[in-house]
Write a protein that binds this ligand. Structure first.
Ligand SMILES: Cc1cc2nc3c(=O)[nH]c(=O)nc-3n(C[C@H](O)[C@H](O)[C@H](O)COP(=O)(O)OP(=O)(O)OC[C@H]3O[C@@H](n4cnc5c(N)ncnc54)[C@H](O)[C@@H]3O)c2cc1C
Ligand code: SF4
Length: 346
């Protein structure tokens, strides 16, 4: 049995107290939400902390407010299953709900939170292993060693961002509120991520993620397609978050496509967006966008499946997501809706 290392647990009772507690020693303190990522990582000695600040009793971080006709606020400590069951989210942002339902398993979704999902540690085949396994290869740069086994000549860590909610939320233009003893700031969600497998969050260590702000729906169509080996539990090996708006003539006037699990941050597929902007959603335009996305994704040997196949699937998955948004029939052998089908257990 894997045991947790010793640490001191502080139960914050307010946002102000949480900020003060973490500010006392930001480098040796970690925030604890549902613990479904952090605690297993501490057991395997991936992540280390002498102090944990539990956010469970911080009421300011809970709840969902607003409607899709305006900005919606989603508290960072809302659990994934609470959000997936929320009727306003189901109505306004079904693509977000689909992404949430694809995360791990029903049991973990009742504990795991949206804040924890966005601040998830990056993942790699050579890192998400037991301590003994990692010691046998001498570790790697993300932890204690000085080598990257994925790209040995590289001084960069290529561990991937595996959050299922992040690509979709980036695509719809969500923002996040961060709080610390210095005050509050609101940034585009995209800026919460850094394309670096080690320093993967663009926030200070003492900043608490308070809530996620979803923009008004305003005719935006959004979806999330996830590729993984099994239909449950598995992290994504590719996630496609796509959001677009059509003008009165059915021409794409706004589009954002983000790829998950192909870089250390959600990766914007600008070339795929360019292939669509100003075009109607047709067989030709969605296929061109898929092909353009293939060149954006630099899949490496850091997660499940072969690199070549994952690169090929980027084109297929982006095209599939766009076909769904455009109401086009799926191509032969392509799933109509790879996850989140009606009736799925939340
Ligand atoms: C078997 C298994 C399968 C999984 N499958 C998936 C999957 O398919 N897709 C997926 O996306 N995830 C998956 N996960 C990861 C995880 O369960 C979820 O991402 C979950 O949402 C994490 O939330 P949490 O509240 O448990 O985070 P925690 O483990 O509590 O925290 C995660 C990180 O976020 C930080 N953090 C948490 N809340 C805040 C906050 N408010 N402000 C600042 N920092 C904060 C913590 O300090 C920690 O570094 C899986 C996990 C397991 C064990
Ligand atoms: S990408 Fe390289 S440095 Fe980063 S976790 Fe994997 S092996 Fe380690």
């Amino acid at each position: 049995m894997l045991r947790l290392p010793e640490f001191t647990l502080h139960q914050a009772r307010s946002l102000q107290e949480a900020c003060a507690l973490v500010a006392e020693a930001p480098q040796s303190t970690r925030l604890l939400a549902g613990g479904t990522d952090l605690l297993p990582n501490m057991k395997r000695r991936h992540q280390h902390a002498q102090r944990l600040v539990a956010l469970r009793n911080v009421s300011e971080l809970r709840g969902v407010a607003g409607h899709g006709s305006g900005e919606m606020r989603v508290g960072a400590m809302s659990t994934l299953s609470q959000l997936a069951r929320n009727q306003e989210l189901q109505k306004s942002w079904p693509g977000f709900v689909r992404a949430l339902r694809s995360i791990s398993s029903p049991v973990l979704r009742t504990t795991g939170t949206i804040g924890g999902n966005l601040c998830l540690d990056t993942r790699c085949n050579y890192y998400n292993q037991s301590e003994e396994w990692r010691q046998a290869i001498g570790g790697c740069m993300k932890e204690v060693g000085d080598t990257c086994w994925v790209a040995p000549s590289s001084s960069h860590c290529w561990a991937i961002s595996a959050s299922d909610s992040a690509p979709l939320l980036c695509a719809i233009g969500a923002r996040v509120r961060l709080a610390s003893v210095r005050g509050e700031r609101v940034i585009p969600l995209e800026q919460l991520f850094v394309d670096d497998g080690i320093a993967y969050l663009g926030k200070a260590a003492d900043e608490v993620l308070v809530d996620i702000l979803l923009p008004p729906v305003a005719n935006t169509r959004a979806t999330y397609w996830k590729l993984r080996r099994r239909g449950s539990i598995d992290f994504p090996v590719l996630g496609v978050g796509a959001a677009l708006r059509l003008d009165a003539h059915g021409v794409v006037e706004h589009v954002r496509i983000y790829l998950g699990a192909v870089a250390s941050a959600p990766l914007r597929a600008e070339k795929a967006e360019e292939a669509l902007l100003g075009q109607p959603l047709t067989e030709a335009s969605v296929r061109a966008a898929g092909e353009a996305a293939r060149g954006v994704a630099n899949a490496l040997d850091n997660t499940d499946f072969t690199m070549l196949w994952r690169r090929q699937m980027t084109a297929v998955w982006v095209e599939g997501a766009l076909r769904e948004l455009g109401g086009l029939a799926p191509r032969a052998h392509m799933p109509e809706m790879p996850l989140g089908a009606p009736g799925m257990v939340v």
